[in-house]
Design a protein around this ligand. Structure first.
Ligand code: DAK
Length: 262
């Protein structure tokens, strides 16, 4: 099933949805309309209990997302910039804290807001032709879509500072070395690999997927003792699901589990 809002195309294949940001003439730069349509696509996925995994990619072969649209940002006053920040941050929080597992399939430039969008996803796979970076410094601004927070948590503060202070772009290979992307494949292999990974994850029980995401995302922000207690709570919650009973019974009966996703 395909839903196209022109700037963002959502294609649902059973339990996996592919979201394509579709503004290739501007290297998929995010203007207000594209952001609104992306927000609508993410909300629709979150509202659909059938969807377990979403892949986000960019249209064309040059860019994932080359950042926020600079022509839209240039004339903003502080109040409008703050409003833009607040609404756009809600979208990334939805991706980071929602029940769906998000995979960024980085098919080209992932710069500024594009890199920040990928950072909010759970897993990042990149084509070997991709380039990543936070070039905001070259525009006289700082990353404003969570980059100053998510990037250091992922790659360490020193590497994050270097990327943000220099504005330099790094290759997909360098990004993999510092843990900014999980895997690098050829451009031709990118979507098949992302689909295969999505399928592998989508075959797992939904509640446990959701609780793993929640435990890691929220636990990272807690001190160790609270985080372990939180993990214990979520572990306990698994035993309220039909899939815990089924998964363990299936093991004992030496058969494949028949997940109910509840
Ligand atoms: N905005 C608008 N248009 C862009 C764009 C962008 N970010 N990136 C590329 N384009 C447009 C170009 O203007 C050009 O349009 P035409 O001239 O053809 O009309 C077309 O895409 C093709 O680009 P180029 O001709 O430049 O292509 P090249 O291959 O020569 O260069 C490039 C590719 C990616 C190296 C170059 O386009 C480039 O440097 N682009 C800008 C990258 C950048 O600086 N990105 C970071 C922008 S700052 C926030 C949310 C988000 C953000 C901040 C706050 N809040 C919620 C508060 C994010 C900020 C940013 O992302």
């Amino acid at each position: 099933m395909e839903t196209s809002n022109e700037r963002v195309i959502s294609t649902r294949l059973d339990t996996v949805t592919l979201i394509t940001i579709n503004r290739p003439e501007s290297l998929n730069a995010l203007d207000q309309l594209t952001l609104q349509q992306l927000d609508a696509a993410v909300s629709a996925i979150e509202a659909d209990p059938h969807v377990k995994v979403a892949i986000i990619t960019g249209a064309g072969n040059k860019a994932f997302v080359a950042g926020a649209d600079i022509s839209v940002m240039q004339p903003l006053d502080p109040i409008a910039a703050r409003r833009m920040a607040t609404t756009a941050q809600l979208l990334l929080n939805k991706i980071e804290n929602g029940s769906t597992i998000f995979i960024a399939a980085i098919n080209g430039y992932a710069l500024g807001g594009g890199c920040e969008l990928a950072l909010a996803c759970d897993i990042r796979i990149a084509a070997d032709s991709a380039q990543l970076g936070q070039p905001e410094i070259n525009l006289g601004i700082i990353p404003g879509w969570g980059g100053t927070q998510r990037l250091p948590r992922l790659v360490g503060s020193s590497r994050a500072k270097q990327l943000m202070l220099t504005g330099e772009r790094i290759s997909a290979g360098q990004a993999a070395q510092i843990g900014l992307v999980n895997e690098v494949v050829t451009a031709a292999e990118l979507m098949p690999r992302a689909q295969k990974l999505a399928q592998t994850i989508a075959e797992k029980p939904k509640m446990a997927l959701q609780l793993i995401k929640e435990a890691v995302t929220n636990g990272m922000e807690m001190d160790r003792n609270r985080a372990f207690a939180y993990e214990a709570d979520l572990f306990g919650l698994c035993f309220a699901t039909a899939d815990q009973k089924e998964g363990m019974l299936a093991f004992l009966e030496k058969r494949r589990p028949d997940w109910r996703d509840c």
